[in-house]
Design a protein around this ligand. Sequence first.
Ligand code: SF4
Length: 227
Amino acid sequence: MAATLPERDWETASAEEIVAAFLETFPGQVSLACSFQKEEAVLLDMLLTLEPKARVFALDTHLLFPETYAVWREVEQRYKTKIEVYEGPSLGRQIATHGDALWASNPTLCCAIRKVEPLGRALADLDGWITGLRRDQSPTRANAPKVGWDEQHELWKANPLADWDDARCWEYLRARELPYNELHDKGYASIGCIHCTNPGEGREGRWAGLDKTECGLHVDEPAEVTA
Ligand code: SF4
């Protein structure tokens, strides 16, 4: 049974207060999901300033941009930390079965293999996770609470930046001269895998031309992953 957060109106809490509460309530059992975008640059700083040994994990799809891998290394050096890595355990077999360009033929299955299944393992031993999700990123995220129980994964979920916007993220980053993904300077407001990310505002550059808007990490997006 997971520890329980103190009762309060989390909507009135600051991002720093939420991160601090998760660290205090779930010592060693909370982790930041890091996709190396500007939101995670903010949260990495908040989290690791409060607790230098705090846990951070990344989902390595093996299809990330070189700029993303570069800032990954930079973050580890700056904060003297090692980010936990999760990836599809049967990636090689899945690619052999479905073809390497699964992102083109079946992007939902591709995300299920490369992201959703590894996320399940990343969260399995945690009591809480922290994400960089923001309400203004897309209609599917508009009602995201700052703190809530994640029914799907059965742990507490914090979205400390839910009510932040781009300008506030950049203000925080620049004031502290934090490392960030250089793709943001090249017109990418949102950053995912190479084959599925174009420059663009908001999340318009993600899966451009497809109905798909989410990879399934933050919403239920059914996809069968064969063993
Ligand atoms: S974002 Fe694209 S390449 Fe990455 S896991 Fe999803 S479908 Fe595959």
